[in-house]
Design a binder for this molecule. Sequence first.
Ligand SMILES: Nc1ncnc2c1ncn2[C@@H]1O[C@H](COP(=O)(O)OP(=O)(O)OP(=O)(O)O)[C@@H](O)[C@H]1O
Length: 676
Amino acid sequence: MAEQRAAEAGAAEEAARASADAPAGNGPADAPAGNGPAKESADAPAGNEPPAWRVLLGYVRPYRWTLLLGALLSLVTGAAGLALPLVARSLIENLGGDGGIASQLLWLTLLVFANAGLGALGYYILQRTAESVVLTARRSLTSYLLRLRISAVDASEPGDLLSRATSDTTLLRAMTTQSLIGLGTGGLTLVATLLMMGLVDVVLLGVTLGVVAAAGVVIGIIAPMIQRASKRAQESVGEMGASLERVLGALRTVKAAGAEEREERTVHEAAERSWRASVTSAKWTAVAGNTMFLAIQGVFLTVLAVGGARVATGSIEIGTLVAFLLYVFYLISPLQEVVSAITQYQVGSAAISRIREVWALPVEPTASGDRPALAAGGGEPAAVAFDGVRFRYAPDAPLVHHGVDFSVPARGMTAFVGPSGAGKTTVFSLIERFYDATEGRVLLDGRDVREWDLAELRASIGYVEQDAPVLSGTLRDNLLFGAPDTAEDALAETLRTARLDTLVARLPDGLDTLVGHRGTKLSGGERQRVAIARALLRRPRLLLLDEATSQLDAVNEAALRDTVAEVARRTTVLVVAHRLSTVTSADRIVVMDAGRVRAVGTHRELVASNPLYAELAATQFLTERADDGAGGPVAGEAAPGGPGGALPDGPSGNGPSGNGSSANGRAVDVTAGPAS
Ligand SMILES: Nc1ncnc2c1ncn2[C@@H]1O[C@H](COP(=O)(O)OP(=O)(O)OP(=O)(O)O)[C@@H](O)[C@H]1O
């Protein structure tokens, strides 16, 4: 197994190298090799694409000796078969003579058995090797997919990428056996058969070659059509995968919207497009196969006519004609093999072209010799700063950050507030280095995040995303996702902190309960608490919480707010806040609007000095709180005595930008600041 893994790693390297005919540093040249490290690849795809056979040879190279053995056995099988006509000729010539035919019959039987045995062994070895080639391609491709830059994934359809790693790689199996081996063994058998034919009669060989060459021209014209149709078919399979992933990923929404039939049509249309393209490919494959079959018939008839005339004129013996005709029959198999190799090569090269498109996508940098590993900071809280950050999600997309500047010291809680789309979540994405700033610098501990070893950078951070994704698997799998080596007592402690202990006690299988696809068996609030616990278990130096409490009920929210406040005493916490209670407990608040930082300060300072913040405090926070239906106190009343302090009801009728009134008409004094 270890040997196989080593072979696979080597194979992936070869394949990556083979797909990298382009100049150094351009795309696939830097692709990761299965288990090996990847360098950062450029955004531009490779310009000079190598032919598919080079990529295939890259995958095949580590298995070349096994492959050679399989091919050799197939050749021996072919050679044993080739000897049969000679024995047959000898039998025919001895029919009228004194010599018995028993020994010839015995030889014939032996040859037939040897042929069958070796053929089976050769077939097994070749198929096994072909499966190894598929495995290698899948391992290296999936490794590459996991290292893709988020921007590359944003621009792709996951279902399509999935089909490239599953469906397209499957086609490499047939390409290895039928195309590579078929061309090798079929080609050699063909040459050997033609040589034998030449030995029997050169004139008849010339006739044979003429007819076969004419068929070859026709097949040469058809082959590119097979490739084009195969590529279209595989692209449609990818589209089908993308549509299915889209529907199944949001099946509740689809059902609630009554959109099943519409979505069904979309998936069916993609399936039908694939069917149409596959049928076109099958049509041209059939034409190619039958062209060669027709050629064989043509060879047989022509040889019969020309050979008959030569027998009549006494140029050759009847036995020679019979032997030649037998060789014509022996031509059928290698010729079919060669034609199948050509058609299969077209199908496989369509798949390789799709695999190569993935190799051209940019990947994240991983630890490598040319980038010194930097210390993670020994668990000390991290300081964060943005220095003139301008950012757009894609080269042709508008700027999302227009020069963001702020600085957050180590320790304490910083809340980011602002209208929807202000760029708050984007701040977190840039700190995690899901994307790189277009201009300016994002600094962690005063060091540009681009200078950090990416794994170390992310090891320092705990991130609770906006939609708190939970992965299929057990609750334990999810909790330990970012810290698999956590001790049981630390896990139990975090469960209490995240108020998950009662949930775990209630579940029949406790921590080993399966949470379903994307955690559908958990409530929204439970998923958020799982996400928070998962982040806390990493013992991060920097905790990023993106609206982490939006789905929590009042009791859990208050408890988790206390937890976060406690964490903020020993860690840097950045939180995208949508609740007044969160911002009032923050040490500082960064107000963002339209990709800019508008103000930084405490709640009390900002309410007095920043109209946007005052308006947000008076409307957005309160409205959200009044709408959430959690049954808890309104924001102004949140957590009396908690870190945010009590916000007493104030005089009514101060309007949205002054001391606010809540959506339910109750007046709230938003000027009350944090207890600190
Ligand atoms: N992956 C993406 N690709 C392209 N544009 C994006 C992407 N993610 C976000 N945006 C755009 O960037 C802008 C800022 O988004 P961001 O999520 O940072 O806002 P936000 O302030 O967190 O908003 P909200 O409070 O609604 O979550 C938005 O206009 C959004 O449409």
